[in-house]
Every structure is written in C-alpha cells, then in structure tokens.
Ligand binder design. Structure first.
Ligand SMILES: [Zn+2]
Length: 330
C-alpha cells in the first residue's frame, strides 16, 4: 500500500514523504501517538517502500523479489520486534544488537521495527540507547510507541519523533466502515467516539467479540418473550457472557449507553444522526421512563465495576434490570 492510502495522518506522512523524496531519512524514527491510529501501518508501509528494488515515488512495485519476500513475511533485512509477554525485554535488545553487527543481506537498508517501545523497562531501554547512540550503518530503526512520556528522554532525543494524532470522528468512522461495511452511520460514529478517534481500537473491540455480544444483547432485549421465566433465563445466560468479556465490559456498557441515549433522542425527536434499525425498534418498545431506568442500571454497573465489585454478580444485576426481570424476582 502507498502512503497516500493512509488516512488522516497528514503531518506524519508529509514529514516522511519529504525525507524519502530527498533521500534524507534519519537513522531512527519514533512514531508516537495513541493506539489504533495507523502508526504500525505507516511503519510497515515505509519498510515496504524501502525494501522494494524498484519503487516509484511512495509506492512499492509489488512484484520484485524484495516486495515478494516482504509480503511473505520472509525478508531477511526486515526485523520486527514485539513485546515478549508484557514488555520488550533486554534479551531481545541483545539479540537485535548481534544482528546489527552484520551488513544487510540483500537490501541497501535493514529495517528494524520495534513495537510498543513504551513497554521497555529501564534496563532494556538503556541497552537500546547504545544502539541509537552509535547506529551501525545501513540500518533504519522504526520505534512505535503510544506516548513519549514513559520513554527515557535520552531515547526520545536520539530519534526523530513523528507525531500521530487521533482522527476526526467522521474520518475514523469512515475507516471503521471500510472494515465493517454492515455497520450503519450512527453505529460506526458511536464506535469511533468510543475509541476516541482511534479506528484501530474500535476494530479491536470487534476482534474481541465485543460488538457481536453487544448485538446479541440488544437483539435479545428487543425480542418479544411473553414468559417471565424465559426472560430471566436469557438475561442470566447473557450475564455469563458479559462477565467473561472482562476488559471488554467497559466499552460494551458504553455502547449500550449510546444505544439507549440514541433511543431517547429518537423518542423526543432530538436525534442528530440517522436512526439505526435497532433504535427504531427500541423507540416503539420503551417509553422514556423505561429508558431512564435502563440507563440508571448501566450507571450502577459502571460504579460497581469501578469499585472492583464481583464481575459476575454485577453482570447479573445489570442484565436482569435491562430485561425488566428484577421485579419478577423480588
Ligand atoms: Zn518491489
């Protein structure tokens, strides 16, 4: 993919494109910014251009041996270092140093991508610092991290920092929709807002199954069931799934809150986005009082989770409230 295909990071791309065009790349870059805004994508694209044997402008050719090896994940001059467990460890930095002692195998430059560098402890960071102080020739280090705050100043000062920013919500929503075309405008905008303009984070909710669980909960809430016992059973089954979502609970509750808020806005005629199909159904189904009660149940659950209350119990209470079962059990 060409740089030009990456959306929203104009400043970062301009800085890098200029350096590429004038053949004046620094020996080390630090791509800094929140998770999920394209830092690693840009680093991978930059590596693709540099390892291509016949690139045109900011495009790899896609067919030369360099491109083919890179695409297959087997380019000998591309090293990718990710945290081993929670952090990049000193042993990984030592291995890297050994590798850097040799000239690149077949390319002009060896590209080293270090991801999540903010996870490095002092020991590993100091070891990396030595590489940055005396970089062996023909190597380009691309450091990717979510902020410069937790990194040693000395590391930051030896890299050229390329800042990445959250995207405007409409743009983030557009990117989400290219990956999830079935999402409507209001849902993709809600996801973009929930992820603070970082589409990668929004798509991570998807990867964790959060969106699917959200869909199941809303569908079950809107389904017609006459028997109270059936509703209780369904609420409790979904509560188990919700408790198992662990860190996913918070974004899921936020999504449910957006759904209820949209439904309230639809009922009072103050909607700003187009109505999602589930909002149309919910608007027919619940009055404002019922919607407020459901919103209050979400508030309570959020407060309970903030106090580290038992996840399973909190999920049960929440789902029973959302399904209007609490009165039947009392
Ligand atoms: Zn190529």
């Amino acid at each position: 993919m060409a740089f030009s295909a990456i959306l929203g990071q104009t400043k970062a791309l301009t800085l890098l494109s200029r350096a590429l065009a004038s053949n004046r790349l620094a020996h080390a870059y630090l791509f800094a910014g929140p998770d999920g805004v394209g830092k690693t994508t840009v680093a991978l694209d930059l590596a693709a251009i540099l390892l291509c044997r016949a690139p045109f402008a900011d495009h790899p050719c896609g067919t030369c041996p360099g491109c083919l090896k890179y695409q297959s994940g087997n380019h000998p001059d591309f090293l990718r270092i990710r945290p081993d467990g929670a952090a990049i460890k000193i042993d990984q930095v030592r291995e890297l140093k050994k590798a850097l002692n040799f000239a690149p195998f077949e390319s002009r430059l060896r590209i080293v991508l270090l991801e999540e560098v903010h996870t490095m402890r002092r020991e590993a960071a100091n070891s990396l610092l030595k590489v940055l102080e005396e970089p062996p020739a023909n190597n380009l280090l691309l450091l990717v991290g979510n902020s410069t705050g937790s990194l040693l100043d000395t590391i930051v000062s030896r890299c050229q920092v390329i800042p990445f920013a959250p995207l405007p919500l409409a743009l983030a929503a557009g990117i989400i929709r290219t990956h999830r075309p079935e999402l409507d405008d209001s849902r993709s905008l809600a996801l973009a807002a929930l992820a603070d303009g970082c589409p990668g984070q929004a798509l991570a909710f998807e990867a964790d199954g959060i969106l699917a669980l959200y869909g199941r909960i809303v569908e079950a809430l809107l389904a017609k069931r006459d028997k109270a016992a059936e509703r209780v059973e369904q609420a409790l089954a979904l509560a188990v799934d919700l408790a198992e979502a662990k860190e996913g609970i918070a974004p899921l509750l936020a999504l449910l809150r957006i759904f209820l808020k949209d439904t309230m806005a639809a009922r009072t005629g103050t909607s700003v986005c187009s109505e999602a199909p589930e909002v149309k159904r919910a608007r027919e189904r619940w009055n404002l009082q019922q919607l407020s009660a459901k919103m209050a149940a979400i508030d309570l659950a959020e407060q309970a989770l903030a106090r580290n209350c038992n996840r399973g119990l909190t999920s049960e209470v929440l789902l029973l409230d959302l399904f209007d079962c609490s009165t039947h059990l009392a």
